[in-house]
Design a protein around this ligand. Sequence first.
Ligand code: AMP
Length: 453
Amino acid sequence: MENKPRVLTQKYELGRLLGQGTFAKVYYARSIRTNQSVAVKAIDKEKVLRVGLVDQIKREISVMRLVKHPNIVQLYEVLATRSKIFFVLEYAKGGELFNKVAKGKLKEDVARMYFQQLINAVDFCHSRGVYHRDIKPENLLLDENENLKISDFGLSALAECKRQDGLLHTTCGTPAYVAPEVINRKGYDGAKADIWSCGVVLYVLLAGYLPFHDSNLMELYRKIGKAEFKCPSWFPPEVRRLLCRILDPNPATRISMAKIKESAWFRKGLNSKQSKSETEARDIAAPDRDGSGPSGNSNISSEPKEELTNPPSLNAFDIISLSAGFDLSGLFEEDCRKQEARFTSVQPASVIIAKLEDMARRLKLKVKKKDCGLLRMEGLEEGRKGHLSIDAEIFEITPNFHLVELKKSNGDTMEYQQLLNENIRPVLQDIVWIWQGEREQQTQQQQLQEVSS
Ligand code: AMP
């Protein structure tokens, strides 16, 4: 098995082992079609099922597909066999950031650059409602250009498993990066807990050692609970102040992401050009149209056997029926993430346009343009990525049968999707004959019921 190349669903050639955890092994792999390097994380379904975290993992995989950012390891696709799930991930060639720190503390400017990248990525995920909850050295990787890449965003359920498994000492090592409220197992705010962990990372980058350290686990917990740490003499006063605000044991008074980003130390070296490229990166990072990864195929596919060579291809329903107790149906969220939404209508164009204008009024959207069957509507308030702008294009099939396409032309994709699903769809209900995708979904649901009955 080690000598001849192993092939995963005829798409990826698996190479050497990059790393190993309790539930997963990470391999280097190459896309057969594009030759692009990827990392494949193989997770043992049996082990995941045994600790009862299936639902949480399903949910987290789907959120992970939503967070695309230059400093986050991207999830390209999910594949499955009878006993394993494979995450096909962006390959971080530079290995773990902390291999660098192991050789000694970093220069202030270098540490600041990694911290800026870390904070930007974590803040981006928070804006999407995704919390890492397990930011630690093993999860901070570097690409070939020395850019930080956070791995395992959205997969923290697996880390949680480690704890529930009672394997804290052997698999988690030390809780050195975990916020006091998480240790105390009080209900906690994911954002504030991540901020604490980022503070520990910053300390380690600048000091070369941990802020909280003790060979006795109870003593370590005590120190974390009281935020008992000392800054080495070479820490500049600005860093000390920032760290005291981040490593505040009370999550309610702990500094927010916004305030960290405003702090003078954080902002040093960030000029307006950089901020712009960061914004542009975010735009690139918005969920792509077809979600395709390096294999050019975005979906969940599978193979039935453990041998990874030339397996017959199975579709999603096959995986579900094969994977008793592991229903992956929650992952089929591709359609609702697409930027365009289309519906057919049996109304004349004039009625459709009047309805769209009425909708714009109700949803406080300004009609910016109206010609040749195109209606451009714009949000009055600025969103995360500027004003939301939506185009509605009407195509005549017969005078009383039209296809209407709604498309985001500017603004934040999540804001657009929320508006589309919560407001636009219900408001347009009386002129819609059928939304594209609805039929297929109905048929799939019927098939699913048949498969499972
Ligand atoms: P994990 O189980 O995610 O902690 O991964 C175990 C180890 O595999 C990590 O500490 C890395 O050294 C390596 N690894 C994980 N993901 C990647 C990736 N996307 N690219 C390169 N190496 C990775």
